[in-house]
Design a protein around this ligand. Structure first.
Ligand code: AGP
Length: 609
């Protein structure tokens, strides 16, 4: 949830570190800091509470001369986001500096031991024990000291360490928190995320669990904790710099909403075999006879990815009749799930690093289950540890509120549902029609985006309200949940999603003229029922904003505002109905002057349990 970047080469390190931190800021943004190895002056560090801009103000006009350094942007877990608690942290003699992502679970015991050995602690963080441990073991070999220190540690870490007595190297190590080495010419980088190094190199070496790297300007050596030499695999980064820049938009979120016609096209590229009416999902690594044997599916995920899983449940069950259970990843691992050999488990994650989802994946693998992933970030932990899966190919998602990753996940799930359906009850002709419907989705999303002005207008009328209700039924009940999550994440307005019919069992008590109710009321099998729910809201003076099917004039007479979306097969409608809800949340947050891409208290990738 925090970000790490390090540089070792012949250029000035500081501008590279600051630029890297800015690109990582979406991962954590409550405080930041850097440390440089200064040839004449030991280790020079600066830290600040707040965003990277504070750090820039702090260093403005000052001279720094160093070609080696590490930096960090923090999302606080232990200790408030103060200057003192910001990384890097130092040993007693101010000779070793360390930045850390993750949580050291046994830090209290380690701290007590180190204090008994005379170490004085300055911060409230769990991280500080690490640097004192390295100091404890340091006898002239930094890599060895880090290795020894890590043998004492329980928890998760991605770390980078430098030492004033070893100014030619950065030592980095990973356990449960990603780290990547950027391979340059006469210079090397280390980062928690490739976005920090994209402008400098497109060659990356992803550290594996338990690996320790010694990074010099000329090269790097990777060993395991047990000192076994590893052969690094240099991979090409397919993301480009323009993908992680705003490209003229005011916010990444708006850019990412607008990218959806393209990202959805990328998700289905090469996968829709329209002639045979069957999707090609080779990454699943499952033959048709294996797919036919599946008797039950469990899908586990968190947040927005969990919402896409719920939509997948409706799609897969209706098209294939295979029973699906959806479980929060954080709950899954603690309830001793029942899984047999004919149960297939899917994990869904944009980042591929969400700690709860990763833990659920590992729990299922320990039970011998085949685990498949639906993941966006290539090379991420979840992508690596699953037995197969489908990449969403949505490109880098920087806005903390997930938008394009969500629609790509739903698109993948729609393909899985059709594939499983074709193994059972869906005819080739029906399969072909469904594939054609999916093929039309990117263009239909584009059509909705062209109606942005209307949604902006509606946002203008409701942005001062403090509570919203989102209602939907069947496959659009999860869309209502996702719409409500988008609004609360970025505008801090209290919003709840509900199955429309469930409203009368409680939430109806909240409805009055101050409670806008967003209702997804499409011409689908539950249309008539949803119209009745709308009447119930109106009878209590609630203002209804309806997401309706194009051409539905009846609904326009019943509600205050209608946003139309094009027609598609009813199970695929969430791919369209979510678009106005993303835009509504976005424009409401803009009018409330919120920090849209970096909402308070949140971080893009939640790597703590
Ligand atoms: C989405 O807007 C959220 N920021 C959050 O709920 C997110 O979807 C969740 O943390 C899961 O992340 P993942 O998809 O990267 O695993």
């Amino acid at each position: 949830m925090c970000g790490i970047v390090g540089y070792n080469g012949s250029r000035q390190a500081l501008p590279i570190l600051i630029e890297g931190l800015k690109r990582l800021e979406y991962r954590g943004y409550d405080s930041a800091g850097f440390v440089l190895a200064d040839p004449g002056d030991g280790l020079r560090a600066e830290k600040c509470a707040g965003k990277i801009t504070c750090l820039e103000e702090l260093i403005e006009g000052r001279k720094f001369n160093s070609t080696l350094g590490i930096a960090h942007t923090r999302w606080a877990t232990h200790g408030e986001p103060t200057v003192v608690n910001a990384h890097p942290h130092f040993d007693s003699k101010h000779e070793i500096a360390l930045v850390h992502n993750g949580i050291i679970e046994n830090y209290r015991a380690l701290k007590a031991y180190l204090e008994s050995q005379g170490h004085a602690f300055r911060t409230e963080t769990d991280t500080e024990v690490l640097v004192h441990l390295v100091e404890e073991y340091y006898e002239g070999d930094l890599t060895e000291a880090v290795r020894m220190a890590l043998t004492q540690v329980e928890g998760t870490y991605g770390i980078a360490v430098i030492c004033s007595n070893a100014q030619d190297k950065i030592v980095a190590a990973r356990q449960g928190s990603p780290l990547v080495i950027g391979h340059g010419d006469g210079e090397n980088f280390v980062a928690s995320d490739v976005s920090a190094i994209l402008g400098h190199t497109n060659r990356a070496v992803y550290l594996k669990e338990g690996e320790i790297a010694t990074i010099t300007a000329e090269g790097y050596e990777i060993t395991t904790k047990e000192k076994i030499q590893c052969t690094p695999k240099v991979e090409e980064i397919s993301w480009t710099l323009d993908m992680i820049e705003k490209g003229g938009y005011n916010h990444f979120m708006l850019k990412e909403i607008h990218e959806q016609p393209i990202t959805l096209r990328n998700t289905i590229r090469g996968r829709l075999n329209i002639e045979e009416g069957i999707p090609r999902l080779n990454g699943l690594n499952l033959q048709y006879d294996q797919l036919r044997k599946i008797e039950r599916i469990i899908i586990t995920a968190c947040g927005t990815s969990w919402h896409s899983a719920l939509i997948g449940e409706y799609m897969i069950e209706e098209l294939s009749r295979v029973p699906v259970e959806v479980e929060y990843a954080s709950e899954f691992r603690y309830r001793s799930p029942i899984i047999d050999e004919n149960t297939l488990l899917f994990v869904i994650s944009q980042s591929g690093e969400t700690a709860d989802t990763l833990a659920a994946l590992r729990e299922a693998k320990n039970k011998g289950t085949t685990v498949l992933g639906i993941c966006n970030v290539v090379g991420s932990s979840i992508a690596r540890e699953t037995d197969g899966g489908v990449y969403t190919h949505a490109g880098p998602e920087i806005g903390v509120a997930s938008t394009k990753a969500f629609t790509s996940q739903v698109m993948v799930l729609a393909n899985i549902a059709v594939l499983l359906g074709r193994m059972r009850q869906v005819s080739p002709v029906r399969g072909m029609e469904l594939m054609q419907a999916l093929d039309r989705i990117p263009e239909q999303v584009d059509q909705i985006l062209r109606n942005e002005g209307k949604i902006k207008d509606i946002a203008g009328q409701y942005y001062q309200h403090n509570n919203f209700l989102y209602l939907g039924r069947s496959v659009n009940y999860p869309t209502a949940l996702e719409g409500a999550l988008k609004l609360k994440e970025i505008s801090y307005i209290h919003a709840e999603g509900y199955p429309a019919a469930e409203m009368k069992h409680g939430p109806i008590a909240l409805i009055d003229e101050k409670m806008p109710v967003v209702v997804i009321a499409l011409k689908d099998p539950v249309y008539g029922k949803v119209l009745s729910n709308i009447e119930e809201v109106k009878a209590r003076s609630g203002h209804v904003i309806a997401i309706a099917s194009e051409g539905d004039t009846e609904i326009a007479e019943k509600v205050r505002h209608v946003i139309y979306i094009p027609e598609t097969f009813h199970l695929f409608t969430p791919l369209l109905s979510i678009i106005p809800l993303q835009l509504l949340a976005y424009y409401i947050a803009v009018l409330r002057d919120c920090d849209i891409d970096q909402p308070r208290n949140l971080a893009k990738s939640v790597t703590v349990e």
